[in-house]
Design a protein. Sequence first.
Length: 180
Amino acid sequence: MKKNRLELLTVGGGCFWCTEAIFQQIKGVEKVVSGYSGGNAPGKPTYREVCSGLTGHAEVIQVSYDPSIISYEDLLVIFMTSHDPTSLNKQGADAGTEYRSVIFYHDDKQKEIAEIVTKEVSSFYENTIVTEISPLIIFYEAESNHQNFYNKNSNQGYCKVVINPKLAKLRRLHADKLIA
C-alpha cells in the first residue's frame, strides 16, 4: 500500500510544550517537533537565548500530518481555538515575543488558508485576533529535553495547571478530530 505524502504545519501559540501536547492528540498527525522560528539572530538559537526575547524567535511546533486524514484548515482551526489568538505576545503567565501567536506558512496556498481561517474564527472572539501570518524562513529544532515534554512530564505542576486544561478544552471542542 502506498503511503501518502506528509505535509507540514508550523505554528506558535505560547509555550511549545502546550501546543505540542495538543497536536500529538490529533488524528492524522504523524510527528510534532518543538522548535524556534521567526527570529533575526544569526545561528541556531538555544532555549535560553529565545527566552531572553533578544533573538526575535517564537517558540513553535512543526507538525507533520497526513492531508488525507486531516486538512491544513482543520489543523489551523484547532490551533486558533487552543490558545488565545487575541493576546499580543502573551499566553497565560508566559509573556514576551517568544510566546506570540504566529502561523508560519510554507507556501502561498497555506498563506491563503491561514488568512481565511483567521477571518472565519474572528467572530468567535470579543477582541481582535493578533496572530501573525508570516512565511517560514527557517525552523530550528529545540533541544531534546523540550521534545515530547508533556508525555515525559505530565505530573509536573506546569503540565497539570497549564496544559491539562488546554487538553480538556481540546476534547470538548474537537473530539471528532482526536485519536481514539
